[in-house]
Write a protein that binds this ligand. Structure first.
Ligand code: FES
Length: 341
């Protein structure tokens, strides 16, 4: 996966703990960075033990914005997000890979039900702007936040609501006033839109409640699209539900891995993914989606054989150079050797 160094032309403080970075795209990269509303960028940020790669949803719309914009919220122990919020200033650069992801509407003319929790509004905002600018769809958004100060894009949503009152309804849910969202209460907000395709984005507890509510309201699972923002061992992980693949049986192997300037020899149990083996050994490999579609976990095979359970990012030229996805690799030979260099 190729990273490109883009200039940050603006940093917008959206809330006390959420920043948007505006990235300018050189004309030469325009084709490679063509994107759909709801997609994300993988960003590479420095870390004392090597680079961290994390995925951040684009809040910009390809239909209304000339520059790319990602919105990044601080999370406790979120090493990459906190580094971005603390260090990135206008004029700096950020290494990002071309847009990816499938949390994007099939048609801008469909009526949609949108459920966002906290910074889960980021890809949803891009979808709203695109549908209103280029489609005919009507949108119902339920947007949950801790309190009024944590509402990202409050003014922009209010302005869009005024401009497109017949097509966009926004219902704010504030935990500070109503407590955390519960299915019984959400049901009354969504029931009249249960015939629509639903897009859900937010932290895991919000996503679980929203999914449960939608299913209770009769929305078929195949019409529910989910993007999760999770905090996992100090890292932020954006991932789609429904694209995870069943782990296939592999064979017990011995793994040799070069990472962070050292070579480690590890036992690799059958059926286990390479990434999990490395993390379980206390090492800090790069990863993000864990679903085979971002490429953040790519490393190179030096010896032995592996199978990839799922792959949406690597192509023949990558395989020719030995690249594999650690999050999807199971061992197929007794000895496997990989490097992150
Ligand atoms: Fe995204 Fe492996 S972590 S492809």
């Amino acid at each position: 996966m190729t990273y490109h160094r883009l200039r940050v032309t603006d940093v917008i403080t959206e809330t006390p703990d959420a920043h948007s970075l505006v990235l300018t795209l050189p004309p030469a990269l325009a084709a490679e960075f063509t994107y759909r509303p709801g997609q994300y960028l993988a960003a590479r940020v420095p870390h004392s033990r090597g680079n961290l790669v994390r995925c951040y949803s684009l809040s910009s719309s390809p239909h209304t914005d000339t520059d790319l914009k990602i919105t990044v919220k601080r999370v406790p122990d979120g090493q990459a997000s906190n580094w971005i919020c603390d260090h990135v200033r206008p004029g700096d650069t950020l290494d990002v890979a071309p847009p990816a992801g499938s949390f994007t509407p099939t048609s801008l003319d469909d009526d949609l039900l949108l459920l966002a929790g906290g910074s889960g509004i980021t890809p949803v905002m891009a979808i709203i702007k695109s549908v209103l600018a280029r489609g005919r769809g009507r949108l119902a958004l339920v947007y949950a936040n801790r309190d009024p100060n944590s509402v990202i894009f409050a003014a922009e949503l209010a302005a869009l609501g005024e401009q497109h009152g017949d097509r966009l309804t926004v219902t704010h849910w504030l935990d500070s006033e109503r407590g955390a969202p519960a299915p019984a209460m959400l049901t009354t907000l969504i029931s009249e839109h249960a015939g629509r395709e639903a897009y859900v984005c937010g932290p895991q507890p919000f996503v679980l409640v929203a999914q449960h509510t939608l299913q209770q309201a009769g929305v078929p699972p195949e019409r529910i699209w989910v993007e999760r923002f999770e905090v996992d061992q100090g890292t932020e992980v954006g991932q789609h539900a429904g694209v995870g693949q069943r782990a296939e049986n592999g064979r017990d192997a011995t793994l040799e891995v070069e990472l962070d300037g050292q070579t480690h020899r590890l036992s690799w149990p059958a059926g286990t993914r390479l990434l999990d083996v490395i993390i379980a050994a206390g090492l800090n490999p790069p990863f993000s989606c864990r679903q085979g579609h971002c490429g953040a976990c790519a490393c190179r095979l030096l010896g032995g054989r592996v199978d990839l359970v799922h792959n949406e990012i690597l192509e023949e030229p990558d395989f020719a150079e030995g690249y594999i996805l650690a999050c999807q690799a199971v061992a197929r030979s007794d000895e496997v050797s990989v490097t992150y260099y």
